[in-house]
Design a protein around this ligand. Structure first.
Ligand code: NJP
Length: 243
């Protein structure tokens, strides 16, 4: 209640759902993503529905200069960011021998460099105040082997590596560092990740709803812990490719 919570990737999927949930609980959502029109609509919905003042800024998290500018603007609006949810991310699923280096590079820029850049903008303030919570959305793909998504999985392994090291660095402080590792969720993620639709066809019955994931992440904000695992117990290789 009364907390300032920055959500990257707030224009759709789990980011949007989490924004609505935290506003319902009385926190102030600060929404970031590239799609300004979508953010404006979500912001308006929140401010009409709940007694909070949500704000939004258009941001491509892979653009480090833009990240600095946007966080400077946020700190002109609020004294302190209580929680940073690094949620912006995307995947393009391809076999390694067919994957494009441009897609792979872009996944690392957004999924990894974006998380690091945003974290660096809030961490000094959290260290100064000796409080705060940074939550990084990784994936079960950052823990398990998931065929056809090796580059995406590599970005999420990187997010977990960064998260675990950061947690150790701030272990003498009151700052909480968490990772969220979902399995497949019903969001727009798969329109980019799985253009052929084959992957979704195979995993559809195992998918989590964005609503359920948002519920769990909101609980994690209230009761911080190291990792929130939302696994889907299946053998990816056999489900997807008869491996
Ligand atoms: O997907 P989606 P999710 N700069 O596509 C934003 C992870 N995850 O909610 O910029 C800034 O509905 C994009 O906004 P826009 C996944 O890796 C998912 O499922 O306006 N923002 C949108 O708001 C990701 O880290 C599944 O296009 C950028 C948001 O990111 C997180 O969950 C499974 C951006 C994506 O919303 C949320 O994804 C799993 C940029 N450069 C982990 N690029 C799953 N869905 O199955 C994108 O284990 N965004």
């Amino acid at each position: 209640n009364g907390k300032n919570i920055v959500i990257t990737g707030a224009s759709s999927g789990i980011g949007e759902k989490i924004a609505l949930k935290i506003a319902h609980l009385g926190a102030r959502p600060i929404l970031l993503a590239r799609s300004e029109d979508k953010l404006a609509a979500i912001c308006e919905k929140i401010n009409n529905q709940f007694p909070v003042q949500a704000i939004y800024f258009s941001l491509d998290v892979s653009n480090t200069n833009q990240v600095k500018e946007v966080f400077a603007k946020i700190y002109r609006e609020v004294d302190f960011i209580d929680i940073l949810l690094n949620n912006a991310g995307f995947g393009v699923f391809d076999m390694v021998h067919e994957a494009s280096m441009t897609d792979i590079d872009r996944m690392f820029q957004v999924n990894v460099m974006g998380v690091i850049a945003c974290t660096k903008e809030v961490l000094p303030f959290m260290l100064e105040k000796n409080r705060g919570h940074i939550i990084n959305v990784a994936s079960q793909a950052g823990k398990l082997a998931t065929p056809k998504s090796s580059a995406y999985a590599a970005t999420k392994h990187a997010v977990l590596g960064f998260t675990n090291s950061l947690r150790m660095e701030v272990s003498q402080s009151n700052i909480n560092i968490s990772a969220v590792n979902p399995g497949p969720i019903e969001t727009a993620f798969f329109t980019t990740a799985d253009k052929s639709g084959d992957y979704v066809k195979n995993v559809q019955k195992y998918m989590l709803s964005a609503e359920k994931v948002a519920d769990k992440v909101t609980k994690l904000m209230i009761h911080p812990k190291r990792e929130l695992n939302l696994p889907v117990w299946m053998n990816w290789g056999s489900v997807l490719y008869n491996l």
